[in-house]
Design a protein around this ligand. Sequence first.
Ligand code: HEC
Ligand code: HEC
Length: 157
Amino acid sequence: MRRGIFACLVGIVPFLAAGAIFAQDAPRLRGPEPFTKETPAPPMQRQVTNDVRVRRNYPDQPPVIPHSIEGYAVDLNANKCMSCHARKFTQESQAPMISITHYQDRVGNTLGGLAPRRYVCVACHVPQTDAKPLVENIFTDMDALAEPERQPQRGRH
Ligand code: HEC
Ligand code: HEC
């Protein structure tokens, strides 16, 4: 129903039918049971915490997190991530510093500290799991497009 309202709003009613077809192909996130039936939640996937920094799929990608973040508070009083990733703590922590963009507001002014829009790190940076993807990933690295003969080894996506 929400899909229908959205399509009408943006005025692309002809796409409605196509949308319905794709919806049938997409896996149901809540599993095969009807939503009226209460089923136990699947176990949490184990996170990849091998400390190996993962290659970015494109230069502006927020790098994924290669370490555990369990119990790291990011709230009004504390930002645990900054206790290692802030410029002044990187020597002790050996963590990569947050990039210069994290000190800039949206019009590019450089601020004295972490920009508020970059405060909630996990809005952009996420840990990875070994879970099987729900849908096929057909993303192609731009290096592979530019230089097909010198395709880099495929890593995690
Ligand atoms: C105890 C120190 C520490 C804390 C706290 C910490 N990190 Fe890290 N982080 C590191 C180190 C060291 C690395 C380098 C890779 C490694 O050793 O895991 C890293 C790597 C990363 C990377 C990968 C950077 C890249 O270029 O590939 C991201 C993203 C990241 N951390 C995000 C976070 C976020 C988000 C939090 C808070 C939820 C956080 N970190 C908390 C130490 C820390
Ligand atoms: C709004 C999205 C967003 C938020 C929020 C955010 N980041 Fe990032 N981060 C990015 C993007 C995009 C990049 C890569 C491009 C760039 O540097 O801007 C990046 C890059 C990084 C890098 C790699 C820096 C480098 O030079 O290799 C680290 C480390 C990092 N972020 C840590 C953090 C931490 C810690 C926080 C929370 C305090 C955070 N980020 C919040 C989007 C975000």
